[in-house]
Design a protein around this ligand. Structure first.
Ligand code: NAD
Ligand code: DAU
Length: 369
């Protein structure tokens, strides 16, 4: 049976991976609703351009009238809501956009979905029964862990630290309220740090690859001992599709890669891979790791994230395919092979941010904060 999946934020890092995965399913049509902020790049979906089952709608999820039109026009069976402001450092510098898109935008999309679904119950009860609203969230809503053994489970209390994570926590609460109060068939996933191809180079992994190749410093915040649980983006995309199509309404699923690594170790592993895959170093660079520079810490920096993914593994049979070693090797190679994509997405706006955040030293200078 043909199903229409409405993806919000499909031009972003994870959304584009979800769409590339979805169009491989013969029974799916995809409508991608994206505002194309600095983080949204249709270049990441160029393989979709001539696919008749793919439609792009350039729109802001905060625009209520347009969101109502989108639902009326495309009649989705499933919504996968990924549109968000996603970068913690930007949320510290300017929280307003995070409140607007992540909270008001989620509310606006929920309301459009609710009106559509309520009408559907009259006009097409079978389709209304199938309808799902899947909200894609983050492990950062749980705050951070300080013991080495603890893991975030689906019942860990919320304790967000940054404007970004607080805005995502708010959006999760709205989604649960729309399920409980109105019966809207929602699902929520909370995932750990993703990495992989098409990752905007403001985030740790791509920033380090590109800085190292340019002979620029590799800015590690604080002592670099913070721990993240890394998941290859295609593994996340497969998990999201499983939850959206097979998950239980009203449930939350944590998604993670069982790959806890300190930030310093991530940067060191990137350097080692570059030594092997790109031995022709920039002038004056003897070893990539010599570029590592410890800079001022991120305010409110979370110490450790680690996910207990046993529920999604047990109930939906999802397991990650990549280890951190295999995924990171693929990622480094992808950036080495795709300089054109990097060139096109690093616009003037990107350069202005890097200038402001890292202080005057091109892509990733030495001074943070
Ligand atoms: P991203 O920043 O790469 O992409 C966000 C996309 O949303 C962009 O295409 C952007 O243009 C679009 N967008 C932003 N504001 C919009 C608006 N008002 N209306 C319509 N579109 C808008 O983000 P990502 O890393 O792909 O993350 C996607 C989702 O997954 C987010 O909700 C994020 O919180 C969540 N998440 C991310 C990670 C991660 O490691 N990147 C981990 C867990 C959860
Ligand atoms: O945990 C899931 C979250 O992972 C997602 O919800 C966010 O959208 C996503 O951006 C990511 O958040 P992080 O803050 O963990 O990712 P980031 O790549 O910005 O940073 C990873 C770690 O590396 C973090 O501890 C900060 C550190 N860091 C980051 C940058 C950009 C550095 O030490 N130096 C840097 O230059």
């Amino acid at each position: 049976m043909h199903r229409t999946v409405l993806v919000s934020g499909g031009a972003g890092f994870i959304g584009s991976a979800v769409i590339r995965e979805l169009v491989d399913l013969s029974w799916v049509g995809v409508v991608n609703v994206d505002k194309l902020t600095y983080a949204g790049n249709l270049e990441s979906l160029s393989s979709m351009a001539s696919d008749s089952r793919y439609t792009f709608v350039h729109a802001d999820i905060c625009d209520a009238a347009t969101m109502r039109d989108v639902f009326q026009t495309y009649h989705p069976d499933v919504v996968m809501h990924l549109a968000a402001e996603s970068h913690v450092d930007r949320s510290i510098d300017g929280p307003a956009a995070f409140i607007e898109t992540n909270i008001v935008g989620t509310y606006t999309l929920l309301e459009a979905a609710r009106v559509y679904w309520q009408n559907l119950k009259e006009s097409d009860p079978e389709k209304a029964k199938r309808f799902r609203f899947h909200h894609v969230s983050t492990d950062e809503v749980y705050g951070d862990l300080h013991g080495g053994e603890d893991l975030f489970t689906e019942t860990t209390p919320y304790a967000p630290s940054s404007p970004y994570s607080a805005s995502k926590a708010s959006s999760d609460h709205l989604v649960r309220a729309w399920q409980r109060t109105y019966g809207l068939p929602t699902l929520i996933t909370n995932c750990s740090n993703n990495y992989g191809p098409y990752h905007f180079p403001e985030k740790l992994v791509p920033l380090m690859i590109l800085n190292a190749r340019a002979g620029k410093s590799l800015p590690v915040y604080g002592n670099g001992q913070q721990v993240r649980d890394w998941l290859y983006v295609e593994d996340h995309a497969r998990a999201l599709i499983k939850v959206a199509t097979e998950g239980e309404v009203g449930e939350t699923y944590n998604i993670g890669g069982h790959n806890e690594v300190t930030n310093l170790e991530v940067v060191e592993r990137v350097c080692e891979l570059l030594e092997e895959l790109a031995p022709d170093k920039p002038d004056g660079v003897k070893h990539y790791r010599d570029l590592i520079t410890f800079v001022a810490d991120r305010p409110g920096h979370d110490l450790r994230y680690a996910i207990d993914a046993s529920k999604i593994e047990r109930e939906l049979g999802w397991v990650p395919r990549e280890t951190f070693d295999t995924g990171l090797r693929k990622t480094v190679q992808w950036y080495l092979d795709n300089g054109d994509w990097v060139e096109r997405v690093t616009s003037g706006a990107y350069r202005d941010w890097v200038e402001k955040h890292y202080g005057g030293q091109g892509v990733g200078g030495a001074n943070h904060g």
